[in-house]
Design a protein around this ligand. Sequence first.
Ligand SMILES: Nc1ncnc2c1ncn2[C@@H]1O[C@H](COP(=O)(O)OP(=O)(O)OP(=O)(O)O)[C@@H](O)[C@H]1O
Length: 297
Amino acid sequence: MISVENLSKRYGRHQAVDDVSFRCEPGTVTGFLGPNGAGKSTTLRMLCGLTPPTAGRASVGGRAYRDLPNPGREVGVLLDASAQHAGRTGREALAVAAQTMGLDRREVGAKLDLVGLDAAAARRRVRAYSLGMRQRLGLALALLGDPRVLILDEPANGLDPEGIFWMRGLLRDFADRGGTVLLSSHLLREVEAVADRLVVIGGGRIVAQGDKAELLAGGGTLVRARDTGALRRALDAAGLGAREATDGLVVRADSEAVGQAAADAGVVLTELRPDDGGLEQLFLSLTAAESSKEAGK
Ligand SMILES: Nc1ncnc2c1ncn2[C@@H]1O[C@H](COP(=O)(O)OP(=O)(O)OP(=O)(O)O)[C@@H](O)[C@H]1O
């Protein structure tokens, strides 16, 4: 289990992370989502004891990362796939890590197979690896000690669509076997496909967190009709407020209540579904805010 409590990080006058708290439970994948510069990497680095927090604390399985006697056996970490020793071959990188962790060398071959690095790739020096291959090697390093927890910063970067699909399967399987996964991304769609829970960060602060389905549903319903005016009147008559969206009306009520209101008024609907615009809109506005800040620098 991962626990982050009131973590903050200040660099000079800049508040990179501001009072961030969340938990990740065994058997779940948590997507840590935010635009570039939102504070994801800083939070993950504090969680892994690489950056000292200005305030707050974080623990994995009840202990601070730095207090874990053999961290690689408990937490698999992939923060920067490019940070690997460029002069070593993939197999050597894993062999050195296996030795440090006191593991059987056979784990090296097993993990190379697991991440899809074949014998030829394993013999090449890391400097000749593509970013996707580095991500796979980084994942093999993270998985090497068969930890129960994985912490991964933007693991899909550099992977091709087939690689992203493969990685999602691997993470899902890891969580389904009782593991805890925390992975960051700046792309909503990327984590949406694999996460059970989402923690959304913007400008260093948590702006939303919870069950993915609930967050994406946004608590509303998107509805469209041939006659939008008649639909509006039907919703008004049923006491349901609606706001205009690009592709219809969004109503703060469930689909059944909206469908009933339309049926009562004899309005023909052309679409009725949970509104997934809530999180998408929130995320877009965060990204836009970040871009305009960048432009103003
Ligand atoms: N060592 C540092 N010194 C000063 N400022 C820093 C340092 N590390 C990060 N920051 C700043 O803290 C903020 C958060 O950065 P962070 O890397 O955590 O964001 P991120 O969400 O991981 O984004 P990205 O995906 O771009 O890395 C940014 O404004 C960044 O410039």
